[in-house]
Design a protein around this ligand. Structure first.
Ligand code: FAD
Length: 495
């Protein structure tokens, strides 16, 4: 590696955020290097996708055919044993007014395969993909990030320079510090997850057999993700005070959680835990809801888990990662084309990204609040009224700029009121939806009428719509903001 290599853009990390951004910048003819620490395929958690990723961003990336050919499990939505109903209820994509039709599904993916498809696709689009190349630090010139220092596969340290660095190095990356600001960890969502894989688990009755199942129990909740006809990803989300118990015996903690949750216990009755290969380990993740107070600085922007992550209950991680990748690519492309200043393009990037994070934050808080269990410390601590001052402050900081001026985002009390109202709306809609597990139709549309769900779907619907029908005209999402250009790869001033 020579010390003088120059690119237009350096992307750090080859997960969904990095591959998305790199491909969409390379498609505009720019010179892009993507530096990835591991050799792919590599393991990652985050297997349940949303339609906006599959039919929106992945279509823009040109991998629709490859995803179909990979034979991933089709996911029509989520099934939840959650809230007051003793029966599981569904949140089906098909019933969103704008998502109905042939693209109202997503996939449950083996991330080794999915991420490898996206990374190879980036290389096919001309991205200089370098695996086993960890980035050590950002290089600065004056007040600007102008490149990175990294180690190549031979162990030699080299330097690459570029007009823009995109940090997509996930939750373990350290480069985010180069943007400045702080990383706010949520007290409210401070959970631990312990997870493993099972062969031979049961399936929900058709047509819900590909759905993710999320089931609440006294000490937390479990996910049950069918990855194939026989392989299932199972994880328990617990309070972080369970750390010592998990550390003492991961397998026992996972199996005790399964035993405490009737619906998952029954589904796993005839199953055996995978104990060999990549899926044979029981893994743990902790402290995983956070957001950086700044998403960009001159020369560098954060995307995916490097910028923010919010609790996995609604499978939003890969959506936020690919969405962040798309927004950053539009901004970089606009600046490199000389059409916008960095300030204008990245203010749009950050505003939209924060808005998307903030609507999920509100939705997921309402979702947690809905589960009632007076006996349980886990569930009592997750009532919206227990939003700590730190969380409220972090939330207000987080969305400042995206929705500034709104009273509810500035005053903690008003924010709690707003979240409580969202929770009431959501719980009411689920109540009216009742135990309509396999039936769809009228009762399910209740969910989509609630303002908090509408907010969550707005931008996802737009991305999916653009992916499916190609060019589309949109109004600015933010006051005084920009709109996507006709090709979806740059920003334009609204007409
Ligand atoms: P990653 O996928 O983490 O990719 C980052 C890449 O950067 C990695 O390949 C890494 O090797 C590389 N890297 C790191 N440091 C460096 C460096 N210094 N130099 C070069 N490369 C580097 N999301 C969903 O959508 N659905 C789910 O069901 C879901 N379940 C989850 C369950 C749990 C318990 C948790 C914690 C998360 C879950 N997620 C889920 C979230 C999901 O895992 C992430 O949001 C997603 O993987 C983020 O993608 P990314 O591209 O930002 O980062």
């Amino acid at each position: 590696m020579s010390a003088t290599e120059e690119f237009d853009v350096i992307v750090v990390g080859g997960g969904p955020a990095g591959s998305t951004a790199a491909t969409l910048v390379a498609r505009q003819g720019h010179r892009v290097a993507l530096l990835e620490k591991e050799r792919f395929p590599r393991y990652q958690i985050g297997e349940s996708l949303l339609p906006a990723t599959v039919h929106g961003v992945c279509r823009l990336l040109g991998v629709t055919g490859e995803l179909e050919a990979a034979g991933f499990m089709v996911k029509r939505g989520g099934s939840f044993r959650w809230g007051t109903s003793p029966e599981p209820w569904n949140f089906l994509f098909a019933l969103s007014p704008e998502l109905s039709g042939p693209t109202s599904y997503a996939y449950q993916v083996d991330r080794m395969t999915f991420d490898d498809i996206l990374l190879k696709n980036a290389a096919r689009h001309g991205v200089d993909v370098r695996e086993e190349t960890p980035v050590l630090e950002a290089v600065r010139t004056g007040g600007r990030v102008t490149g990175v220092r990294c180690t190549g596969p031979s162990g030699a340290v080299g330097e690459l320079s570029a007009a823009h660095v995109l940090d997509a190095s996930g939750n373990t990356g350290r480069l985010h510090a180069a943007v400045g600001g702080e990383r706010h960890h949520s007290d409210f969502f401070q959970n631990l997850a312990v997870f493993g894989y099972f062969e031979g688990g049961g399936r929900l009755p058709a047509p819900d057999s590909g759905n993710i199942l999320c089931a609440a129990f006294d000490e937390g909740w479990l996910w049950y993700i069918p990855l194939s006809d026989t392989l299932t990803s199972v994880g328990a989300v617990l309070n972080r005070d369970q750390a010592a118990r998990i550390q003492a015996d991961r397998e026992r903690t996972l199996m005790e959680s399964v035993d405490a949750c009737a619906i998952v216990r029954d589904l796993l009755a005839g199953a055996t835990r995978v104990t060999e290969g990549t899926y044979g380990r029981i893994r743990v993740r902790k402290d995983y809801s956070y957001a950086n107070s700044a998403f960009w600085a001159p020369g560098i922007a954060l995307i995916g888990d490097a910028a923010c992550f919010i609790d996995p209950v609604f499978s939003t991680g890969v959506h936020l990662a690919t969405y962040g990748g798309l927004l950053a690519a539009r901004s970089v492309n606009s600046v490199l084309a000389g059409e916008l200043t960095e300030e204008r393009a990245f203010t749009e990037f950050e505003g939209r990204y924060r808005r998307e994070y903030a609507v999920f934050c509100e939705f997921l808080s309402a979702f947690y609040d809905m589960q009632v269990n007076e006996e349980s410390y886990f569930w009592k601590a997750r009532k919206v009224t227990n939003f700590g001052a730190g969380d409220l402050e972090a939330f207000a900081t987080l969305v400042a700029g995206a929705n500034s001026g709104e009273r509810a985002l500035v005053e903690p009390e008003a924010l709690t009121e707003r979240f409580t109202a969202s929770s009431r709306d959501l719980a009411g809609a689920v109540e009216r939806t009742g135990a309509a597990r396999t039936e769809s139709g009228e009762r399910m549309t209740e969910l989509f009428r609630t303002p908090v769900v509408g907010e969550v779907m707005t931008e996802m619907n737009r991305i999916q719509h653009r992916g499916v029908v190609g060019e589309s005209s949109e109004a600015p999402l933010l006051p005084g903001g920009l709109v996507p250009a006709a090709d979806g790869l740059r920003w334009a001033e609204p007409a």
